[in-house]
Design a protein around this ligand. Sequence first.
Ligand code: FES
Length: 155
Amino acid sequence: MSEQLPVAACESCVSRRDFLGRVAIVAGAIIAAGCGAAGDLTGVGSGPLPGGSVTIKIADYAGLATIGQPVEVRTSTGGSLGVAAVRTSASSFIALGMACTHEGTKVNIQGQIFNCPNHGARFSSTGAVTNGPANRALAQRTVAFDQTLQTLTIS
Ligand code: FES
């Protein structure tokens, strides 16, 4: 016969409900951080863009000479900024977030499309969904093209 020990009241003890609530909060924070790393523009890589803007020289990105060719914008040390620029005409460009709109995985540039390595979503060079499970286009960023300086400012 087992002996039941008396349970002492504990002021610093956590109830089961409180414990589970705290676990849920921590799990949510971890998931949000994970999504941020790959799922939104402010959490990818390092450099000037997150939360602000970045200016790039078009000549630094050979792909920007070709209409419809996405190029990944990088820091001067090669880090990803989680955004791609695409020339859409002789004098216009777009910039797209590289976070898959399904679950936030960073998409890859394959030829002239974006491919998500997680569940296979694909996006056109303008960010439109061409293959699910994503059902929203890649996020567009604001782009200012300086024709004189031949630069793009993405914000
Ligand atoms: S996260 Fe990209 S397809 Fe699921």
